[in-house]
Write a protein of this length. Sequence first.
Length: 306
Amino acid sequence: MNPRPVIIDCDPGTDDAIALMLALASPELDVQAITVVGGNVGLEKTLANALAVVALTGKKVPVYAGAARGLLGPFTSEVRVHGENGLAGIVLPPGAAPAPGLALDALRARVRAAAAPLTLLGIGPATNLALALMAEPDLAGNIAEIVLMSGAWGEGNVTPAAEFNAWSDPEALAVLLACGAPVAMATLDLTAQALVTPARLAALGACGQGRCLSAARDILAASPAHPFLPGAPLHDPCAIAYLIRPTLFTTRLCPIAIDLAPGPARGRTHIDRRGRHAIGPPTLILETLDAAGFFALLGERLTRLP
Ligand code: BDR
Ligand code: CA
């Protein structure tokens, strides 16, 4: 089977770093470019982290700097979860220089020129992807699918109502949901099934000795515990795993709407799993995960990297 051409938009970020490794290790995906947005930490750090992770994998993929903040609203980082450097304090050797040009322009040019429709993987605030689609709405016709880690049908993680990526740029998420391309979403309720428990962390560490696997293990070991769950959710790799091995997931097509009004509900994703109300565009919600299969896949793929 031909590898699926993808562009990954990210804000590394502990889980973004592991998501990039998973994608770059997987022959099912042809990662054509990586675009970076400010999110978990400021853009300067998310960009440096993306470049460092790519260098660690030894792959040659262009990395573009994107938006430093969302379309509206304040910029808020998530250093409580990702640490001041965005990688839970783990320091990686610096990577190469970013590719010339801006994420917005790279996305536009690459989607427009793609011989076959591209898949966009969004695992940070959706600003870069939305800017490209706002500048050039016809791009949606050459997008096979947009796969996001974003939102929640239940409780949020940055406010009681909102998940971090959705809350960081809800207007951008609304642009993606309405763009006309098929959208799939790994929400917090899905990623809460991908818990890094002490046993899973030990099993991952035992898979091998490579520098990427070691870095992934160190990042996960240094990441803070979840306040109520018996392990930390490994959010972003779920979106990647969906493209690599969709049989690990069950899905449901649900109408979705996002709260844009200022106030405590801003960034909340209303996901009608019962499908009773046409509140917004139908979106494929990843609903359940085979967690054992997911962690086995992750371990197996990380051992393919140096
Ligand atoms: C999402 O927010 C970020 O903190 C993580 O990298 C993930 O993309 C989870 O809410
Ligand atoms: Ca992220």
